[in-house]
Design a protein around this ligand. Structure first.
Ligand SMILES: C[S@@+](CC[C@H](N)C(=O)[O-])C[C@H]1O[C@@H](n2cnc3c(N)ncnc32)[C@H](O)[C@@H]1O
Length: 349
């Protein structure tokens, strides 16, 4: 039984998938191997055991849909696996027993990887109604980008949900990096269902990735910038990983003017929000990192339809972070979450 990420085959094709791109796949694969060996998390053996307990699943992928369908439905899965995000199936919550069918066994194993934050997903016919309707975010991003044939870096990719959507939009290969071990385990669970695929999640922070690893055609940073203590350092890294002429897609919290917010304590109950800039300040930061053609593609106030508790994320969610008497404010009295999508280019020279 696997007790760590080291030696698992899910990353074996990483260098090959990047061959002929502007990225040094060999160096990235070597770095990833070292990082896999270094990952140490007390719950990892039980997460890996849960994935090993999956029933047999026939590999399959349907990616260009709100809830990517990975793996053919196992026996006992609800029959309606249409284009819409999954509704929670009823009557499938009994604990794992030897008598449990393949559907219950898979559902229970996936539930052992709680909390599921980014999705929705449908794995082996099990609908996973995640905390975030990340398909809403993707619908706001997709009209502004062309990923046909692109090699993509997704910094702070979570469990790899957006990677499937990027492949569905024509990307050739997606390298996601995220230091949260549970999210990497959730990606492994997805790969167990999907079969081999050029959507990778590596257990790396932005600061682990060398600046000279090469240039990606498109670099995404969604929901990460406000968590970084030094936003200019993060943007300088994104610039270094974008090939000349390549595209940046940056999504982050903003406030309406006139001043950027530097929360003293928490912001919407989050401890690690360092700066929430105005839109003008954000664009200025993106330009001073060296990007051109920086523009706001979308501005959106996060709703409790998009971020909420579900069976698959049973902790508190956005509704508990807003002032019950004034949902335009957080419980701390700050403006409620407003998110901007900024697109920009690295100049050719
Ligand atoms: C708010 S979530 C956003 C996830 C996803 N990109 C999205 O937009 O839904 C922030 C993610 O950044 C990851 N993260 C935190 N610090 C990071 C760092 N230094 N480098 C890369 N990712 C980081 C977290 O583990 C988490 O998955």
């Amino acid at each position: 039984m696997s007790r760590s990420f080291a030696g698992l085959p899910a990353w074996d094709s990483l260098a090959e998938a990047l061959r002929g791109s502007g990225v040094d796949g060999g160096a990235l694969a070597a770095l990833n191997t070292a990082m896999l060996e270094a990952v140490d998390h007390g719950d990892l053996p039980q997460w890996l055991a849960a994935i090993e307990d999956f029933p047999a699943i026939e590999a399959a992928q349907a990616l260009d849909v709100p809830a990517p369908r990975l793996g053919l439905p196992v026996e006992g899965a609800p029959e309606d696996q249409g284009q819409e995000p999954p509704a929670e199936a009823n009557g499938h919550s009994r604990e794992s027993t030897e008598a449990a069918g393949a559907f219950d066994r898979l559902r229970n194993a996936l539930m052992a990887l709680h909390p599921w934050r980014k999705g929705p997903l449908c794995l082996g016919g099990v609908p996973i109604d995640t905390e975030w309707r990340s398909d809403f975010k993707w619908a706001r991003i997709a009209p502004h980008i062309d990923l046909a044939g692109a090699t993509v870096l997704d910094v702070g990719c979570g469990n790899g949900y957006f990677g499937w959507r990027m492949l569905g939009a024509g990307a050739r290969c997606v390298v996601g990096i995220d230091p949260t071990v549970l999210f990497v385990a959730q990606w492994l669970a997805q790969v167990r269902c999907a079969g081999p695929s050029p959507n990778f999640v590596l257990p790396l922070r932005d600061t682990d990735l060398p600046l000279d690893i090469g240039g990606f055609d498109a670099v995404f940073s969604l929901g990460v910038l406000y968590h970084r203590r030094d936003p200019m350092d993060h943007l300088a890294r994104l610039w270094a990983w974008t090939r000349p002429g390549g595209q940046l897609v940056l999504e982050t919290l903003v406030v309406e003017g006139p001043r950027s917010l530097h929360p003293e304590g928490r912001y919407a109950r989050m401890r690690n929000v360092h700066e929430v800039p105005t839109v003008d300040h954000l664009l200025e930061r993106v330009r001073s990192a060296g990007f051109t053609r920086a523009q706001v593609a979308d501005l959106n106030r996060t709703t409790t339809r998009e971020q909420r508790s579900t069976d698959w994320m049973r902790f508190e969610s956005l509704d508990r972070c807003l002032d019950p008497d004034d949902p335009a404010r957080t419980v701390e009295g700050h403006p409620a979450p407003l998110r901007a999508i900024v697109t920009a280019r690295r100049p050719m020279t």
